[in-house]
Design a protein around this ligand. Structure first.
Ligand code: 13P
Length: 258
């Protein structure tokens, strides 16, 4: 398989500067111990206020830096918002978009998320677009309909450039599994990931589709990471709670060698 594993920590609204520095220090120390081993790509997404100091700590390391959200707008009168260019300016190469917490608590719909994705590409960032169904949607057998709606919205906004299309990262995060301790079974995750992969094949062709990484997120922990990551269409994880403890995050990274 040509896809390199990616384990990303979404720190959400956690981490004053000192805490963030200590956390990334622990991650760097653990990665140093793994030097020479086959380690997947590692990304941390601190809150905006800690990005710069975390960026200084990881400078020269293989750890990548990302934002958790950005505006779809160009610079201008948008109080409280930030552009993708501001993220690249402080060292980010990735941005998480359309997280379910933003969809449900900040009224982001699939079209807005897709426009943010286009802006992220324009500003030189790799977007990680999150999709996922609620418990009610799963229980009424609407999971694949919801995923279809959320993924379909991105296609009209994707750049034409093949290299950029291949860079895209999607994250399947069932809402009912986020922060609840309930994890999708590896089979449930694989079913949705395979469905997304098939949509990518139909819209973008099999070559590009085979390069796009699809992460799983939702209560990934050291004890369940390896089995979820072993599924053929699961290319890594987007980690919330367990990304706030260096030893847990490192153990999850170990679940995706290479
Ligand atoms: P948890 O790992 O805390 O369930 O959060 C997952 C998530 O929302 C990552 O974006």
């Amino acid at each position: 398989m040509s896809r390199r594993g990616l384990v990303a920590g979404n720190w959400k609204m956690n981490g004053l500067i000192e805490v963030a520095d200590a956390l990334v220090g622990g991650i760097l120390a653990g990665l140093e111990q793994r030097k020479g081993k086959n380690v997947c790509e590692v990304l941390v997404c601190p809150p905006f206020t800690a990005i710069q100091s975390v960026g200084k700590r990881i400078a020269g390391s293989a750890v990548k830096l990302g934002g958790q959200n950005m505006s779809e707008h160009k610079p201008g009168a948008h109080t409280g918002e930030i552009t993708g260019e501001m993220l690249t300016n402080i060292g980010c190469s990735y941005v998480i978009l359309g997280h379910s917490e933003r969809r449900s608590m900040h009224a982001e719909d699939s079209n807005l998320v897709a426009r943010k994705m286009a802006a992220a590409y324009r500003d030189g960032l790799t977007p990680i677009v999150c999709v996922g169904e609620t418990l009610q949607e799963r229980e009424s057998n609407k999971t694949l309909d919801v995923i279809r709606e959320q993924v379909s919205a991105i296609f009209p906004h994707l750049p034409a450039d093949t290299a950029k299309r291949q860079q895209l990262v999607l994250a399947y995060e069932p809402v009912w599994a986020i922060g609840t301790g309930k994890t999708a079974t590896p089979e449930q995750a694989q079913e949705v990931h395979a469905f997304i992969r098939q949509m990518l094949v139909e819209q973008l062709g099999s070559d590009i589709a085979s390069k796009i990484r699809i992460l799983y997120g939702g209560s990934v922990k050291p004890d369940n990471a390896a089995v979820i990551f072993s599924k053929p269409d699961v290319d890594g994880g987007l980690i919330g709670g367990a990304a706030l403890k260096a030893s847990d995050f490192l153990a999850i990274i170990d679940g995706f060698p290479g």
